[in-house]
Design a protein around this ligand. Structure first.
Ligand code: DMJ
Length: 597
């Protein structure tokens, strides 16, 4: 049976064609087709091919519309450009302060601070429309707003305001609060704020003593199976607490954005435990991160591994990438391990997470989402989401900074850097960074001149005649707005503008910053004092949410002030800014054992 069965192996060659057969069987012989019939056959075949091609293309486009994220397109390799659209030498680098604009920013800070001081002094958060403050927990405040604002007052030279704020810190601030606080937020805002104040006051012992107290209370968060920190901490009980919303998981950005603060505290106090605990988190991540350098936004605290979750440069991902570079910079470039991790991550981002829009050719960041179909039976696949959080706008300036430090061929690149001063990665990162800055500025081109919290970029089919990005599910003015449409006084774009300005000296960055500042003044400023968040950036007159985020005074107004100051204020080769814009000095940790190699 097996022998006679027609399998692929033993299948006989096909019968000879009819022309050949006709020689052996004259009865079946057919007349040869006339020449006209041959032309017709070719014509029909040609038409059929054209139709088939059309149908396939349309089907392809249809599928693309259904799921644009799965459509393959190669990532662009941006050309080297010092500033998009400009050639070097087209502008004069002049870092002198723009006093008028700088003073306008100081006036804005005072408008925010004085209202807070009047209505809510000492409270963690401020609600300028209701004229009241609230605390993060019922156990009492932890100086969230006051400490977050100290260094901005010192930098701006607001002596009277600063003196009153310091007095409050000295007389009222206590971390003996029996409640759960977010580990990351407490570290970047409060510990970071105290450490910056300590440096800028040239060693006021009040701040180091409070920073040490807070550091000790935070330290138990690292006592976990893998050494990754608990998301929450009870400051009075000195105990790490699992996040009830994400049991067993910690977000990557939150775990990997404590290091600048704990390392500087270790340096100041000469206590290695602060260094080691923070560094161990990075060791766990270094062992767990895939070779493409891309980290998902959640890690398992038990296993010290990355979970299948989104990969993004926005929420829960952002400052992981930011701190890779900044840890390398913080110790003056002696910890090559962080430069290597940073380079790997930027390689992965360029291969997988950068897109270019169709109309304006805007460079944007996209996200990668896991997808497991059929109730988890299918293998995991990854799809792209053309989504960019405002939070991701830190990356433009960060890439430019990384290009001139971690990827520079010379110790001190020119301003702006020359092509031959950067290695291949440096040129790539510089071009992408400068492009991202333009894109983030473009997202401020709305009815209010403020940028939305989240934008989506259009795929190539939808984009004809339409803008490059949009607010998903946006509702017309008058209807309740979607979450993505809000502007909550975020700093990331002005942060990138400040870095781009310091690294290029190009006046366009000051112009962009001024436009953004004016939009904040026009739409967020509450006449009776303070600034409010805007619910829909496309609806004018705007509607407010009654909240003034602490990062307005610690980040947004500080970066705007620095943008209009001269370049002697906090030079980039002497300071790294933590992710809440608290400047920390670059140091050589001679008194600390530096591991990580
Ligand atoms: C700040 O608290 C920090 O910049 C953090 O890294 C991200 N979110 C806010 C500002 O948007």
């Amino acid at each position: 049976m097996a022998d006679s069965a027609p399998t692929l192996r033993n299948r006989k060659p096909p019968a000879a064609d009819s022309t050949t057969a006709s020689a052996a069987s004259p009865d079946t012989k057919k007349p040869a087709p006339p020449a006209r019939a041959g032309i017709l056959t070719y014509l029909i075949t040609f038409l059929a091919l054209v139709v088939a091609l059309g149908v396939t293309t349309l089907a392809g486009l249809y599928l693309y519309e259904l799921n644009p994220n799965e459509y393959f397109y190669p990532n662009p390799v941006p050309p080297w450009e010092v500033v998009p659209g400009d050639t070097p030498g087209n502008w004069t680098v002049d870092f002198s302060a723009d006093l008028e604009k700088r003073d306008a920013v100081v006036a804005a800070f005072k408008h925010a601070w004085l209202a807070y001081e009047r209505d809510a002094m000492g409270c963690d958060e401020y609600h300028p429309i209701g004229h009241k403050g609230t605390n993060l927990t019922s156990a009492g405040g932890i100086g969230y707003t006051v400490v977050d604002s100290l260094d901005t007052m010192l930098i701006m030279g607001l002596d009277d305001e600063y003196a009153r704020a310091r007095a409050w810190v000295e007389n009222h601030l206590s971390f003996d609060r029996d409640a759960e606080f977010n580990t990351f937020e407490t570290t970047i805002r409060v510990l970071g704020g105290l450490l910056s104040a300590y440096d800028l006051t040239e060693g006021d012992p009040l701040y180091l003593s409070l920073a040490t107290d807070l550091g000790e209370r935070l330290l138990p968060v690292f006592d976990t199976p893998a050494g990754l920190p608990y998301s929450l901490v009870n400051l009075a009980q000195r105990k790490g607490v699992m996040d009830p919303d994400n049991r067993g998981l910690v977000s990557t950005a939150e775990a990997a954005s404590l290091q600048l603060e704990f390392r500087y505290l270790a340096f100041l106090t000469e206590r290695e435990e602060f260094w080691e605990k923070a560094e161990e988190v990075m060791n766990v991540i270094r062992r767990a991160v895939p070779s493409n350098g891309l980290a998902t936004i959640f890690m398992s605290m038990q296993a010290g591994r990355f979970m299948s979750a989104e990969i993004r440069l926005g929420s829960r991902g952002d400052s992981y990438y930011e701190y890779l570079l900044k840890q390398y910079l913080q110790t003056g470039g002696i910890e090559g391990v962080y430069r290597d991790m940073y380079r790997a991550a930027m390689d992965g981002i360029h291969t997988n997470m950068i897109g270019v829009s169709n109309n304006k050719k805007l460079t944007y960041t996209l996200e990668i989402h896991p997808r497991r179909a059929e109730f988890n039976k299918q293998p995991l696949t990854w799809v792209r989401a053309l989504k960019q959080d405002h939070l991701a706008c830190f990356l433009g300036g960060s890439l430019m900074l990384g290009a001139t430090t971690a990827n520079s061929l010379v110790l001190r690149p020119s301003i702006p850097p020359k092509e031959e001063e950067l290695d291949e990665r440096g040129k790539r990162d510089w071009a992408t960074g400068a492009g991202l800055v333009e894109t983030c500025v473009d997202t401020y081109r709305t009815a209010s001149g403020l940028a939305p919290e989240i934008v989506y970029f259009r795929d190539r089919v939808e984009s004809r005649g339409e803008s490059d990005w949009y607010i998903k599910d946006a509702r017309p003015p008058g209807e309740p707005p979607v979450y993505d449409a809000r502007y909550i006084l975020r700093p990331e774009t002005v942060e990138s503008l400040f870095l781009a300005w310091r690294l290029t000296g190009h006046p366009r960055y000051r112009e962009y910053g001024w436009q953004i500042f004016q939009a904040i003044e026009k739409h967020c400023r509450v006449p009776s004092g303070g600034y409010a968040s805007v619910l829909n950036v496309e609806e004018v007159p705007v509607k407010w949410e009654d909240k003034m985020e602490t990062f307005l005074m610690s980040e947004t107004l500080k970066y705007l002030y620095l943008l209009f100051s001269d370049d002697k204020v906090l030079p980039l080769d002497e300071y790294v800014f933590n992710t809440e814009a608290h400047p920390l000095p670059i140091f050589r940790p001679d008194n600390i054992r530096v591991g990580g190699y």
